[in-house]
Design a protein around this ligand. Sequence first.
Ligand SMILES: CC(C)(COP(=O)(O)OP(=O)(O)OC[C@H]1O[C@@H](n2cnc3c(N)ncnc32)[C@H](O)[C@@H]1OP(=O)(O)O)[C@@H](O)C(=O)NCCC(=O)NCCS
Length: 220
Amino acid sequence: MEKMPYRDGITAVSTPQATHGTSQVVESDWKKALPVLTAGSITLRELRASDAPSLLAMLTTEEVARFISPPPTTVEGFERFIAWTQREREAGNYICFGIVPHGTEHAVGLFQVRQLEPGFATAEWGFAMGSAFWGSGTFIEGARLVLEFAFEVVGVHRLEARAAVKNARGNGALRKTGATQEGLLRRSFHRHGEYLDQALWTILDTDWRASRTNRTDSVH
Ligand SMILES: CC(C)(COP(=O)(O)OP(=O)(O)OC[C@H]1O[C@@H](n2cnc3c(N)ncnc32)[C@H](O)[C@@H]1OP(=O)(O)O)[C@@H](O)C(=O)NCCC(=O)NCCS
C-alpha cells in the first residue's frame, strides 16, 4: 500500500481564524468561512460565483462527467450549485473546496466532503477536475490538504469514497491517497441508463496519523 498523506508539503494555511497549521482552527470556524489551503502548485479555497464558467468548461466534458453524478449544464446552474455549497457549509453539513492552480484565478475542479452523520465522525469525499490537469500532481497535492483538514480540523474519524469499478482513474487516484478498498457496492450507481458497481474506499483517522508518523520517521 502506498504511504498515506502527510503533513509536509503544506506550505501555508490562511483563514480569518488561523494562519499556520490547520489544527489550530476550532471546529466551528469552517462553518463561518473555509480556510485557504496552499500546497506546492495549488490553492484550495471556497468556491465563488465567478468560478461558474470555469467549472462548467472543466467538469462537463464527457471524460470528466462519465462516472460522476451529472454536473449542472449551464453557468447559472453552477452559480446555483456554488450558492448551495455555501449554505450547506454554513449549516455544517458539507464542505467544498475549489482547486485553483497557481497562476490561475478560477477553480478548475473541486473536492467535496459531506457528513454521513451529524458531527462529521463519518463522512464521504469526492473530487473532479478538468482533464487538462490530470496526471499533473494536482490531485494528490489537493487530496493531502483535504485529508489533513478533514481529520485534523473537522474531526472526521472514518472517510469513505465510492468509485465506479469501471472508473480506473478514480480508483487509481483513491489508491494513491492510501485508502483501503473495503468492498464492492453492487449495482449501486445509476448513470447513463445502467446500474454500475462501485468500490467502497475508506481512510480511518488512525490510518492517516500512523502513516504520517511513519513518513516523518523515515526522513532521518
Ligand atoms: C479523479 C481525478 C480527480 C484524479 O486526478 P488525476 O490527476 O487523474 O489523478 P492521478 O493522475 O494523480 O492519479 C490517478 C492514478 O490512476 C492511475 N490510472 C490511470 N488510468 C488507469 C487505468 N486505466 N488503470 C489503472 N490505473 C489507472 C494513474 O496512473 C494514476 O496513478 P499513478 O500516479 O500512480 O500512476 C480525475 O481523474 C478526475 O477528475 N476524474 C473525473 C471525475 C472522477 O471520476 N472523479 C472520481 C470519482 S470517485
